[in-house]
Design a protein around this ligand. Structure first.
Ligand code: CTP
Ligand code: CA
Length: 222
């Protein structure tokens, strides 16, 4: 249970959160995406508002309702997410990037439905911009938090992402583990800071994990 003081401990802070998957169009009826539900990001957004923060949630397509008091900006593709996030970056005191951004998109989006002809179909994929890395390169005062979805070498891969993207800390989780990852209401994570310090978070609800993440973000504000 939270003490009264803690209830508004993020009063007036500007927190930019991304959530959900991105969707990359192949043609007017087909797309590439991933299993992200958006729950982790929406949960942090809800908790942050309760703690007094102003929250902008840049969200890929999800089935979730926008939490009360949160300003949601809807996007589909990684490039749209890139634009929306950069548009609000100056405003932000902290950016928490839970979104599962598609690493690749089809090179061309066909403006008509692609017809089958019995042959092998080659789909060329080109890399999407790395949104978080681009923020790391231009950050001034912002606290930058990444998420690392891994299936192996969790800690090493996550640490490499801290460096590559100039993060303050990263929340690493093994998406192959039961009780963790994209779909459910719980997560199992390790928070790794740029200084190497680690905080182990056993299986808990995404709301509980969100509160721990916000506690950490707050440390960087002081
Ligand atoms: N991310 C991003 N833009 C991308 C890809 C990832 O902003 N184009 C962010 C995610 O929102 C997440 C962090 O970077 O906070 C790590 O994402 P992840 O997919 O784990 O790492 P990648 O750098 O994409 O590397 P890989 O998928 O190869 O492990
Ligand atoms: Ca990725």
């Amino acid at each position: 249970t939270k003490t009264l003081e803690k209830e508004k401990d993020l009063l007036g802070k500007h927190i930019l959160i991304t959530a959900g998957p991105t969707v990359e169009a192949i043609d007017p009826m087909r797309y590439i995406t991933n299993h992200s539900s958006g729950k982790m990001g929406y949960s942090i957004a809800e908790d942050a508002v309760k703690r007094g923060a102003e929250v902008i949630l840049v969200s890929g397509p999800t089935h979730l309702e926008c939490p009360a008091g949160v300003k949601r900006v809807d996007v589909k593709s990684a490039r749209q997410m890139y634009d929306a996030v950069h548009e609000h970056f100056e405003w932000a005191d902290a950016v928490i990037k839970t979104a599962a951004v598609a690493d690749y998109r089809p090179e061309q989006e066909s403006n008509h439905k692609i017809k089958k002809n019995g042959n092998t179909l080659m789909l060329n994929l080109v890399p999407n911009p790395d949104i978080l890395k681009s923020l790391g390169e231009k950050k001034t005062h912002q606290v930058l938090v990444g998420f690392a979805a891994e299936t192996e070498n969790i800690i090493d891969y996550a640490k490499a992402k801290i460096e590559k993207k100039h993060l303050d800390f990263i929340v690493a989780n093994n998406i192959a583990q039961a009780g963790a990852g994209f779909k459910g209401d719980t997560n199992i994570a390790t928070i790794i800071k740029a200084n190497g310090e680690m905080i182990t978070c056993p299986q808990m609800t995404k709301s509980e994990l969100g509160d721990i993440i916000l506690d950490q973000v707050k440390n960087y504000f002081n």
